[in-house]
Design a protein around this ligand. Structure first.
Ligand SMILES: NC(=O)c1ccc[n+]([C@@H]2O[C@H](COP(=O)([O-])OP(=O)(O)OC[C@H]3O[C@@H](n4cnc5c(N)ncnc54)[C@H](O)[C@@H]3O)[C@@H](O)[C@H]2O)c1
Length: 282
């Protein structure tokens, strides 16, 4: 199916980024927030990043204005009725997402594709709450969504080929690098990266290594573009600890549980870049 109009539910960190990707790629986009204030805040985020793109010469002023004009805001889910694809990016809570998709299933056209940006919940469990689970897939963007190219297109137990391929094709048209996978905990990247980052943090203490030295070792020895400590600071210690718990709860490997050092950092409010300090000072 050809996608003309896109809905984005939730314009927080991820939703605003996804809405930006959509309007920049030329799609009429309806962003739904729970209040007008939050909607305006989401729009302001999109505007700020687009304006920065103009300053850096990545797009023209006219392209920026045209992209912003494609973003329409609403607080009503029923206003997503005309959307061909709806991407959900609300809080990571199963009941909330299930409720939302049950309603989206009722208000959207029967051929519209519904997608969740969940990181750690099961796409199939979310889909069970809808009357037509075959329409639902995962579209897992990475933060910041306008910058990182990967989108994991997650096939739930009941997802139709058509829904998977429609989501994949849209992501490509939006300039992303989509990859298909099944609905397994952590999907592709987090399944691998979370325990790996936890190993790096444990080695700091086991081998008596300073964060600077760890980052020097991994960038120079394994060719990573950024060291693991700098990466955790960028992701946010709290976000990483939460994701570690989620993966550990589902798969139970000890290395998936957050290392003591990260739990301590979280308790002390050393959350990385966003708090001004993590492994490094900012
Ligand atoms: N932040 C990341 O690095 C990242 C990366 C990939 C995927 N995700 C996933 O994206 C989703 C959103 O994460 P985020 O970081 O953007 O969160 P966020 O806290 O920035 O935004 C949360 C959004 O949920 C909305 N919301 C809160 N309560 C609601 C309710 N009762 N009904 C409807 N909407 C409600 C908020 O208005 C807001 O738009 C989560 O599922 C998360 O796991 C996050």
């Amino acid at each position: 199916m050809e996608i003309r109009k896109v809905g984005v539910v939730g314009l927080g960190t991820m939703g605003a980024g996804i809405a930006q990707v959509s309007v920049q790629a030329g799609f009429e986009t309806v962003g739904r927030e729970v209040s007008d204030e939050l909607g305006e805040r989401g729009r302001a985020t999109v505007e700020r990043y687009l304006t920065r793109g103009v300053e850096k010469g990545r797009l023209s002023q006219a392209e920026c204005e045209a992209a912003l004009a494609r973003l329409q805001l609403t607080t009503e889910l029923s206003e997503l009725a005309e959307c061909d694809l709806v991407i959900e990016a609300v809080l990571e809570e199963l009941d909330l997402k299930r409720e939302l998709f049950a309603e989206l299933g009722r208000v959207t056209r029967p051929d519209a594709v519904l997608a969740t940006n969940t990181s750690a919940l099961s796409v199939s469990e979310i889909a069970e709450a809808t009357e037509h689970p075959e329409r639902l897939v995962g579209m897992h963007f990475f933060n910041p969504a306008p910058v990182l190219p990967l989108v994991e297109i997650v096939r739930g137990r009941e997802s139709s080929d058509d829904a998977v391929e429609t989501a994949y094709a849209w992501a490509e048209r939006a300039g992303k690098q989509p990859v298909r996978c099944n609905d397994t905990p952590g999907f592709i990247v987090n399944r691998i990266l979370i325990p790996l980052l936890n190993d790096c943090v444990r080695v700091l203490d086991e081998a008596g290594v300073q964060p600077e030295e760890m980052d020097k070792a991994i960038t120079n020895g394994a060719g990573w573009p950024m060291g693991p400590c700098a990466l955790i600071d960028l992701i946010g210690v709290d976000v990483h600890v939460h994701a570690s718990h989620a993966l550990h709860d589902k798969l139970g490997e000890p290395r998936m549980a957050p290392p003591e050092r990260l739990v301590r950092m979280q308790e002390e409010g050393r959350l990385g870049r966003k708090s001004g300090a993590g492994f490094y000072e900012y």
